[in-house]
Structure formats: C-alpha cells, structure tokens
Design a protein around this ligand. Structure first.
Ligand code: GLC
Length: 597
C-alpha cells in the first residue's frame, strides 16, 4: 500500500481508515524522502525490536508484533468516575470522602465555554482553540484560533477528570502524526522529534479533484511563530499528558502502540542527544516555552528543566521493555540524577545561600571551586536583598557562566515541586515563600508568571523594547490565571490545599465578571491585560481543573512524582541532609560506574 502525503495531514474520513494512519502494528510504507518518515521509522523500529521478556515472542508468520511490556506504569486504583454533571462533588476536608454539591455559576459558565472551544476534525474532537474571543482586536485572531499543545494541557485534564477521555486520545494521536511533518525554516530542517507549538484544522481541495474539499491539519513548528522559536516544551507536555491519560484510563493499549513508543523515543532522542553542553540542563533559545517571546530566558531556563525532568520520569515509566530501550532507560536514569543534583544545588536560593553568594570569591580556577560558574556577587539584585524571607526559598530562573537570573518564575518552581525535581524540604520552602509573598505573587489575581518585572534599561536590552512585554504586563510580571491549576497541583502534593483554595476564591468571581482574560497587568494584577484576549481557553480550563483537583485530590497523582531514592543513591553528588556535598568528578564517575574510588 502506498500512501502519499503532500502538504498536510489528511487522515480524514473518506479514503483512509484511522487504523491505517495510526498503525497499532508496523505498516510498511514505500514513500521515500530525504528523511525517513514516521512510518519508515516505525517499521524499522518494529523490525529491529527484540523482546527482553522471554514469554513475549514475536510471531512473524502472522505479522503480529511483539507485545510491548511497559516499564513501570501502573493504572490508578481509584473508584470509577460518576457521570457528569451528577459527578459534581466536593471532598469533605475531614473524612476525604466525596460529597455532592452544586456547581457554582462560574463553573457552569466555564464548562459551557470550554465545550464551545472544542475543535473537531473529521467530526471528532481533537483539541480546544487558544481563545474564542471573536470580538478581539478587530477580528485579528493572530494564531489564537489554533490548538496549542501547551494550552490544551488544562483542557485535557478537565476532560479527563470529568471522565471524558476521547478528545484527549484523539489529541495525542493526531499531534503524534504531526511530529513527523517535514518542517523547514529557510531550507533548514529541525529535528525529527519536534512537536508543533500549535495546529489548525483547515479545509483544502481534495487532490486532483476540483469540486471536493476535505479537512486537513496544519501545524506550526515555529516556522510562522513570532520570532521563529522552536517550542521545546510541546514534546515534553505531550509525554506528560500521555502518562496522565494512561494512568487515569488504564488504556495501556494506546501507550504500547509502536507509533506511540516511537514518538516518545524521538522526543527523547532530541532532548538527550550529545552537544557542546557542560551541564545536564537542556540548552534552548529564548522564548521556547510558555514565555514565547524574548524575555532573557535563553540558555537553561528553569521552566524547561522542570518539564524535562518530569517528561523523563514519565517516559521511563512508559517505555516498552526491550533491548532497544534498555540503553535509553539507562541514559534517562543518569540524566535524571545529574539534572536533579544540578538544579537542587545551583538553582536553589534562600537567605543562607544568598549570603554565601554575597561572599563568593571569584576567578577560581580549579575543579574544587566553590563559585563554579564565576558569579560576581554584584549580580545579587537590590530587590532581592529585602525580598528573600527568613525561611523558605525558591529556584532561580536560569544559571549560566557568570550569570544567575534571580527572577522568580512560577511555572518552573511549581512544576519542580510536582515532579519532585526539588528535595521535599525545598518544595516546602517554595510554598512557604509563596505564602509569605502572597501580595506580590498572587495579589488580586493568581498567578505572577515572573517576578519582578524588568524595567528601564533592563527592559530595553533584555526584551528588545518589546511593547507587549512592558513592565508588569504580559510575560514581564503579568498575572496568568491559567497557572492556578499548576499551583493547585503543587499545593495538593505538599498537603496545602488550603492555599490553593484561597487562590481560587480570589480568582473565581473576577474571572467570570471579566470574561476569562488571558492575563492581567500591574504589580498586583488589578487591570485586565492591555492586549489580553477574553474567553481564553486555558484560563477557563485551568480554573475548572483546579476545582476538580481539589474535589478529588487523589487524582493529582496522574501528574505528580514522589522522590526517587534509587536515583539519589545512584548519584555521587547527592545532597546530604544538613549540608551540601560537593560533586567531585572522581567520586561521581566511580559511583556511576558502580566502583569504589
Ligand atoms: C501566548 C503565550 C503562549 C500561549 C499562546 C496561546 O503566545 O505566551 O504561552 O501558548 O499565547 O495562548
């Protein structure tokens, strides 16, 4: 069978079966390209895969593939969800048993809007638009009419927590198709595992047929995006969502599919490939994540590292067990342990650590240097000296040679708690700082995307005089209500649902009255953002997901991870309980190789 794809993905209704497009078993396509496409990669991967488990033998005569043994993933042991809307329940804080309650006006409205934001492809739901603000900016929707991978996360979770899994399954499979897209920016092709930032459903004439039209999926990998930035976070979110879907539905048949397994491996290959790096953190350009414009977050921004760590842990659970994956799992384990050491040690600041930095010696040339990155103490910003509380602390935004970005970035810190990238004590410290600095980070609308804002020369130089990112607006110190769901998740993990409840109560009525804006401006979030869209889907979905997580806190485990002690034991440079152990190359090597030094 020969299937030719031209400029768009067309797995649509009329001439192809879905199973042919998303083969559960290896299909052999004869389409040749400069780069092998997904089907060739899938077919190659399937033909070379050898089972490690002796009871799972391939049956070549029938063409039925080797069953894949998932590495670690276990379904959640939870009571089945009740049908919605009867399922509106709350958790009695004392007995932790669900009790029925009626939805609030804001919740009812939010569900109505979320359902309205659903995008269909060939009659099936595949995602939600970024914003359904038809009246916005004289109809100039930019790309807000597209389905963004990162924006769909809270929508997917709201649907999953409600028991509606079809849209999430379709989304996972369709975006997987787009991963193998031939993408070029001025004759250059980015890596094969890249996931798009967003996609749109368009209608196009059927090939060779002047009368008919069909729906096609049209992705954007950054070739059209402002600044032409590759969305590094998309693939990481995709892996995180895949695990959440698997855990809540128990639908492991999806995770075991050869194309899905190949998709995970392609993303990992991109992330784990060798480069010039000296650090275990991922090196990216500015604007490669939720902050998708120039904001001085190039290099090793915290948000990417937290998502990377989380995606590695998810992938490790989901990878099939065979010879091919054994090396990959080993590589993941090594990266996980060095990444967590690096972040816990070098990104963490509290009063004590700041005081250490303040007294740093510089220009140390040696392997035992204390000030490894040659940070000049003058970099400690004035605002931080008074701002850092006596107890608690946070992970700073970026660490590079001779540079520490001391800004507080919410998503990176929250996701570091959720994925156990931090130590439990650091996780407590971050929540305690947020509580202490409530007026600055939550104010009248949760949650600051970054704190504080870049002003004057810093704004001019770092943002390139970006008129959208003026001080205390948008990515530059604006408040983003979508971050509520990540805050709720972190609070539940740390046993502080009261904090999440407080933030949700602050947001609920205002979001409804203001028509669910994308972001708010000013230091305390008092104004609706200057260029903010209304009816922003991830604002709506973030609110609903937060509510659902608070009702069923045990479901937070579809996204969270506990500390992995084996990883810590395997790491030569693990943190001791009451102080920091310096990482020495010799001990690190001998412990990683399992020899004594
Ligand atoms: C903005 C945000 C980005 C989001 C997109 C769609 O560009 O910075 O994170 O994905 O809007 O909502």
């Amino acid at each position: 069978m020969v299937i030719t794809f031209t400029s768009s993905i067309r797995p649509c209704c009329s001439h192809l079966l879905l199973s042919q497009i998303f083969p559960k078993y290896p299909y052999h396509f004869s389409k040749s390209r400069k780069h092998p496409n997904r089907y060739e990669v899938v077919a190659q991967a399937a033909s070379t895969a050898q089972p490690l488990h002796p009871t799972f033998d391939p049956v070549p005569s029938t063409g039925i593939p080797t069953p894949i043994l998932l590495h670690e993933l276990k379904p959640l042991e939870i009571s089945p969800l009740l049908p919605f809307p009867e399922k509106s329940r709350t958790v009695d804080p004392v007995r932790h048993e669900p009790t029925r309650r009626t939805e609030t006006v804001a919740e009812r409205e939010a569900w109505k809007l979320l359902n309205r934001a659903v995008v269909n492809y060939c009659g099936k739901p595949v995602g939600t638009v970024a914003a359904a603000d038809v009246g916005a900016f004289k109809g100039d929707l930019l790309n807000y009419d597209q389905v963004f991978i990162r924006d769909f996360m809270p929508s997917a979770l709201a649907f999953l927590l409600k028991g509606d899994t079809e849209i999430v399954r379709n989304f996972l499979l369709h975006t997987l198709q787009l991963q193998s897209w031939e993408k070029t920016v001025d004759c250059h092709s980015p890596g094969q595992g890249l996931m798009p930032a967003s996609f749109k459903v368009r209608t196009a004439p059927i090939d060779g047929n002047t009368s008919g039209e069909e729906e096609v999926l049209d992705p954007d990998f950054g070739e059209s995006a402002i600044g032409r930035v590759a969305p590094v976070d998309s693939g990481l979110w995709w892996i995180i969502l895949l695990r959440a879907y698997g855990k809540i539905t128990g639908d492991f048949s999806l995770l075991e599919r050869v194309d899905v397994q190949t998709g995970i491996k392609l993303i990992l290959k991109l992330c784990l490939s060798d480069g010039f790096d000296m650090f275990p953190t991922l090196l990216v350009t500015d604007g490669s994540c939720m902050i998708d414009r120039r904001m001085g977050i190039h290099g090793h921004p915290l948000e990417i590292q937290s998502l990377f760590y989380s995606a590695l842990r998810c992938a490790r659970e989901m990878l099939g067990f065979n010879e091919g994956s054994a090396d990959l799992i080993r590589a993941i384990n090594i990266r996980l342990s060095s990444l967590s050491f690096h972040i816990r040690e070098y990104y963490w600041v509290d009063l004590q650590k700041l005081n250490e930095i303040y007294r740093y010696k510089t220009e140390e040339y040696s392997q035992n240097a204390t000030n490894k990155f040659n940070i000049y103490p003058e970099q400690i910003p004035d605002w931080l000296v008074d701002w850092i509380p006596d107890s608690g602390g946070y992970l700073i935004g970026n660490v590079q040679p001779a540079h520490m970005d001391f800004r507080f970035f919410s998503l990176g810190n929250l996701w570091a708690i959720v994925s156990s990238l931090t130590t439990p004590k650091q996780a407590e410290g971050i929540l305690s700082l947020i509580e202490e600095k409530w007026d600055d980070l939550i104010g009248t609308m949760p949650l600051k995307i970054s704190y504080p804002a870049l002003e004057s020369d810093e704004w001019r130089i770092i943002t390139g005089s970006d008129p959208k990112n003026t001080p205390w607006s948008y990515h530059n110190g604006g408040s983003w209500p979508t971050l509520l769901w990540q805050f709720t998740l972190a609070c539940i993990k740390m046993g502080r649902p009261d904090l999440a409840q407080r933030a949700i109560s602050t947001a609920e009525k205002r979001l409804l009255d203001d028509n669910w804006p994308e972001y708010y401006d000013t230091p305390t979030g008092r104004f609706v953002g200057k260029q903010s869209r209304l009816y922003q889907t991830w604002t709506i979905a973030g609110f609903l997901t937060s509510k659902l997580l608070l009702e069923k806190p045990e479901l937070a485990s579809i996204l969270t991870f506990e500390e992995d002690n084996e990883l810590l034991e395997g790491c030569a440079c693990r943190l001791s309980h009451n102080g920091r152990t310096r990482c020495s190359r010799r001990t690190a090597k001998s412990q990683l190789l399992g020899k004594s030094s």
